[in-house]
Design a protein around this ligand. Sequence first.
Ligand SMILES: Cc1ncc(COP(=O)(O)O)c(C=O)c1O
Length: 372
Amino acid sequence: MLYGKIYGLKVTSLRLTNTYGPRMRIKDARQTFLGWWIRQVIEGEEIQVYGTGKQIRDFNFVDDVVDAMLRAAVEPKAIGEVYNLGGEPIGLADLAKLLIECNGTGSFRIVPFPREREVIDIGDYYGSYEKIRTHLGREPKVPLKDGLKRTLDYYKKFFTLLHLKRKMIVMIPQASPLSQFLSYKQEILEAIEKVLDSGQYILGPEVQAFEQEFAQFVGVRFGVGVASGTDALHLAIRAVDVGPSDEVITVPHTAVATVAAIEMCGATPVLVDIDLDTYTLSPHRLETVITSRTKAIIPVHLYGHPADMEPILEIARRHHVFVIEDCAQAHGAMYQGKRMGSFGDLAAFSFYPTKNLGQLVMEELLSQMILR
Ligand SMILES: Cc1ncc(COP(=O)(O)O)c(C=O)c1O
């Protein structure tokens, strides 16, 4: 809500309690105890229920959570509201019994909190879904028992398929900033030391050198360092004079920042679907959403995969609209032998640690604007 207020976005808040279902985390008891129990019961381990076992929690199957999110996303009257997403309430010992029943075998044990350790049990914790039911017509459809069976089925197949029956699942980390640092540790530390020794900590020759080198790497004339990829997008959209009466086209399958940057300019985001082969903006669908109010198009080169820029640029030129590339995830990616960021009128890069500072690169435009 606060993020929405700061950036003037239309926000609906859904307060989830316990969400469960296929693909939930089952590796670590601290992530979700139900996921942990599911792994235990499948592997024939005894489930441990901490506390009295009578504490009540409520549970929502993942499909019911997605259904609530979609309803909230498309319903204008949900804007500014906070909804509890209470699910099916059950005592924890009863939940363990139900899980064992659904699995067909298993056992559980109540483990009282040790007296010598002051453990604060938060007691019962569940929410009512009355408000979302009356406002948005949302009613959970998957009873706990069915949801547990579906989740167990998924994980049983998963364990068998991967021959991991006796092992915990090791997830491949999505990003590893530490290992990136360690591979260039010496160079990074020397560069940091050089900046610290120079006494100039904001802008200065190092930033200027970086801007020039990065622009050269991308294959454009100018680069400007800014605070984040979101700022780079926001400034790029403002640089082409987008305002409240304009529409900006982008894709729904992107980080929230792409759409947020459009809304931060007061413009209307228009979403065009992605191409199923590339997961990037579908040029075939693009023309169907262009109107006389369209001012810019933001293709997103997601997961480092370039959007099909040739038809996108051709359509943009024909309709006299700007193209701003969202290159937050596309440093170094290439299309027809050229680096992403060198195709549109402007491009925004992110240097978030899992990618890497913010940087905005452009061909002619900003220089013209600065000169203007
Ligand atoms: C596609 C895309 N656009 C924009 C951004 C925003 O970048 P930043 O996190 O640097 O503000 C991100 C970051 O997650 C992104 O993935």
